[in-house]
Design a protein around this ligand. Structure first.
Ligand code: GDP
Ligand code: MG
Length: 471
């Protein structure tokens, strides 16, 4: 039985929690983006720089640090028992090890909680609490899960028709051959049996995975969980496929077609219940990361597909409209950051154009969100800067190069990555290999034991996301 002392301590704990909530000192910051957009590295860097903010000069633009009010940051026990932990330690070990390596890719939601202690700047809050604590939960989740938003207001027949129509164009056309051959073979009116449905579902999943492969690099792949299944790999929910419209006999009860439709509907319901109601509704602030440069490497087709995927993802952040999303959920997100990651692929003088491109890509959702009172920022950043800009004369012109270790090599190389256009080029303006931005190996700073690794504008991002909560 609990002693009086324990009860009292419990009550104090609760009161403390309540005080924090009342004083608005808890923030749930969600980080999303498609596969490989840089979520894990961003979250790791964010945690690392906050933990080391007192050591040095790594976050000059974060006011609470610049004003000397930060007292320290600590990793806390995670609040949600049923959510995987964000493996900060192992990611950091990989990045800053003797032979630095990028973290192993992950494909599920994970979470980490920090407590940031600081001295409030205002007279009143200082009188109430000379020391304040901001509890910061950071949640990293796959952007692919948001790709399902447009499915939620489609019927199975509508979604099937749209998906099949997309398969009339290359590269989807060739990649979908095997799956479409199976569709042609299967009698959708026959009584449903597990095996043919599974074979069809697996074939459709293989098609999606082939579209996703690096050299094709398509992004608009629905259902999102088919490519990033998380815990539900192999469940019937993730085992269906779009189908052509029925002929005159319609949907006989108990048929394959009816079973597929049932799975589609339960997928929608499950996605809403598990992700949107359980997680998405609890986010206060959202970061959307975009790997614009790798998308440009893949050429106009893949780039346009990425833009379509982005539009779908951003439906979640289009407030103020009577869309399904706002009817289903009451989003409480009050700050939204769109960031192009890996800005260190290009020289510093190209960052302004990178930000311009980003602004064009997210103009509509950014405008809608801002109109509804959400604060929006767009910026370019590098969570872990792996190159430095070197300016050299070349044929009488001053050119900006980057110097770093390209992926797969072991020596520093000086490269001219090319220039970022001011606007998104029209499909006709992309000659073959117009863009060729290289990936880099993570670089260990020479004084890795003492110094924090370099970044680009991570402190600006932090000030935007948390500055007001650390006042
Ligand atoms: N040069 C550079 N590469 C980065 C940076 N952040 C991420 N990357 C690259 O992008 C890859 C994917 O990053 P990751 O954080 O795992 O992406 P996630 O799938 O969104 O979690 C990494 O393996 C790196 O190759 C960065 O700040 N600079
Ligand atoms: Mg990741």
């Amino acid at each position: 039985m609990a002693t009086l002392d324990q009860l009292a301590r419990g009550a104090v704990g609760q009161l403390d929690e309540w005080m924090h909530l009342a004083m608005d000192r808890t923030v749930r910051l969600a980080v999303t983006g498609l596969n490989q957009s840089g979520k894990t590295v961003f979250t790791t860097a964010l945690v690392h720089h906050l933990l080391h903010a007192l050591d040095g000069v790594n976050l000059p633009f974060l006011q609470v640090v610049a004003e000397g009010r930060l007292q320290g940051t600590r990793i806390m026990l995670q609040p949600d028992m049923d959510v995987p932990a964000f493996r900060y330690d192992s990611y950091l070990r990989a990045l800053l090890g003797a032979k630095p390596a990028w973290p192993v890719p992950t494909d599920a939601l994970s979470e980490i909680r920090l407590a940031v202690r600081f001295r409030p700047s205002g007279m009143v809050s200082r009188r109430i609490t000379p020391n304040a604590t901001l509890y910061l939960d950071i949640i990293d989740y796959p952007g692919e899960w948001l790709l399902d938003l447009p499915m939620l207001h489609l019927s199975f027949a509508e979604w099937s028709a749209q998906t099949l129509q997309r398969c009339e164009e290359e590269p989807r056309r060739s990649l979908s051959e095997e799956w479409r051959a199976r569709l042609a073979e299967i009698d959708l009116a026959q009584p449903a049996r597990e095996e043919p449905i599974r074979i069809l579902g697996e074939s459709y999943t293989r098609f999606l995975m082939a579209c996703k492969e690096a050299k094709v690099g398509l992004s608009f792949l629905q259902p999102g969980r088919f490519t990033i299944p998380g815990d539900f790999r192999g469940a019937p929910l993730l085992m269906f496929s779009p189908v052509p419209p029925p002929d005159h006999q319609g949907n006989p009860p108990g048929s394959v077609r009816e079973e597929l439709e049932k799975r589609f509907e339960s997928y929608k319901k499950w996605v809403i219940d598990t992700f949107f109601s359980l997680h998405f509704n609890t986010f206060d602030r959202q970061v959307v990361l975009l790997d614009l440069l790798s998308a440009m490497n893949r050429g106009p087709g893949a780039f346009a597909d990425r833009q379509m995927a982005l539009e779908a993802i951003l439906q979640g952040f289009r407030y103020g409209q009577a869309n399904l999303f706002t009817r289903l959920f009451k989003p409480r997100i009050d700050k939204l950051l769109f960031a192009v990651t890996k800005a260190d692929f290009v020289a510093a003088n190209q960052h302004a154009n990178l930000e311009r491109l980003l602004r064009q890509m997210v103009a509509r959702p950014a405008n809608d969100a801002a109109f509804s009172g959400v604060e929006v920022k767009t910026q370019a950043l590098a969570s872990l800067r792996c190159t430095r800009t070197v300016v050299r004369e070349h044929d009488g012109r001053r050119l900006s190069f980057v110097q770093g270790i390209p992926k797969g090599r072991d020596k520093e190389t000086l490269l001219f990555p090319g220039e970022i256009p001011e606007t998104i080029p029209d499909p006709g303006e992309w000659d073959a290999n117009r863009f060729h931005f290289l990936d880099f190996e993570p670089r260990r700073p020479p004084d890795a034991e003492t110094a924090t690794p370099p970044h680009i504008r991570l402190d600006h991002a932090l000030e935007f996301l948390l500055g007001d909560k650390l006042k």
